[in-house]
Design a protein around this ligand. Structure first.
Ligand code: 13P
Length: 253
């Protein structure tokens, strides 16, 4: 079975102490994951070492960075390189979240460079795509997200693409409480998989986890994750509340 993933994106929330307590509360729930199930915590940079060591003893729980720089190293004050992440044992990194695309002017081209660097350093990119409301209203969301994949991922050889996780996050559903319907989620996830299949073949496309993000909550996760092409979620707000995120992990197929 394809990997099923409950990923938390804490964004710029929680103090170190609150983050550590949240993680403890979630891990203390003792949810044992099946071999195909994973839970990933994308935390702020200063919390990565703590998160790494908290999850170290747990089966299929992982720490992730929320971003990395697109250059290897050098005079980029305030930035964090993939090599730094690798050196502290971080194996996942969120790439191209819509908030970074918008507030940090991250282009598809810059994101392609980040994806390359991650893969060179054994870090699995959790590559985000998703359309703004205006595109959804114009009905051109398929072309929009397909282009994001093409420009940032489709230069990769098949054996590299295989190591990627995709997160579809419609911008109009992020932090708005307005979730995509299961029909909308399934339709676009299936479309994304078909775009990958056209380029790389159906076998590979069927192996890539495609997560849904955008107001995933404890009360809609089961329904969303039940969609055949939805392989879990990338969760913002609800990942900050232990009982909510526990329910979301339990909703994995
Ligand atoms: P919300 O779950 O708060 O809508 O955030 C989704 C998201 O952006 C996860 O990366």
């Amino acid at each position: 079975m394809r990997k099923q993933i409950a990923a938390a994106n804490w964004k710029m929330n929680l103090t170190y102490q609150d983050g550590e307590k949240l993680l403890d509360d979630i891990l203390d729930a003792g949810i044992s994951l099946a071999p195909h199930q994973h839970s990933i915590f994308a935390v702020p940079f200063p919390y990565l070492i703590m998160t790494r060591s908290e999850v170290a003893e747990e089966f299929n729980y992982h720490a992730a960075a929320q971003n990395c720089h697109h250059k290897t190293s050098g005079a980029y004050t305030g930035e964090v390189s993939v090599e730094m992440l690798q050196s502290i044992g971080v194996n996942y990194c969120v790439i191209g979240h819509s908030e970074r695309r918008e507030y940090n002017a991250e282009t598809n081209e810059i994101l392609a460079a980040k994806v390359n660097l991650c893969l060179q350093h054994d870090i699995t990119p959790i590559f985000c795509c998703g359309e703004p409301l205006s595109v959804r209203e114009a009905g051109t969301q398929n072309e929009f997200v397909a282009n994001q994949l093409k420009e940032s991922l489709f230069h990769l050889p098949a054996n590299s693409l295989k190591g990627i996780i995709i997160a579809y996050e419609p911008i109009w559903a992020i932090g708005t409480g307005k979730t995509a319907t299961t029909a909308q989620a399934q339709e676009i996830h299936q479309f994304l998989r078909s775009v990958i299949a056209d380029q790389y073949g159906a076998t590979l496309a069927n192996e890539i986890p495609i997560l849904y993000g955008g107001s995933v909550k404890a009360n809609n996760a089961v329904e969303l994750f039940a969609c055949p092409d939805v392989d879990g979620g990338l969760v913002g707000g609800a990942s900050l509340v232990a009982s909510d995120f526990i329910a979301i992990i339990k909703a994995l197929k």
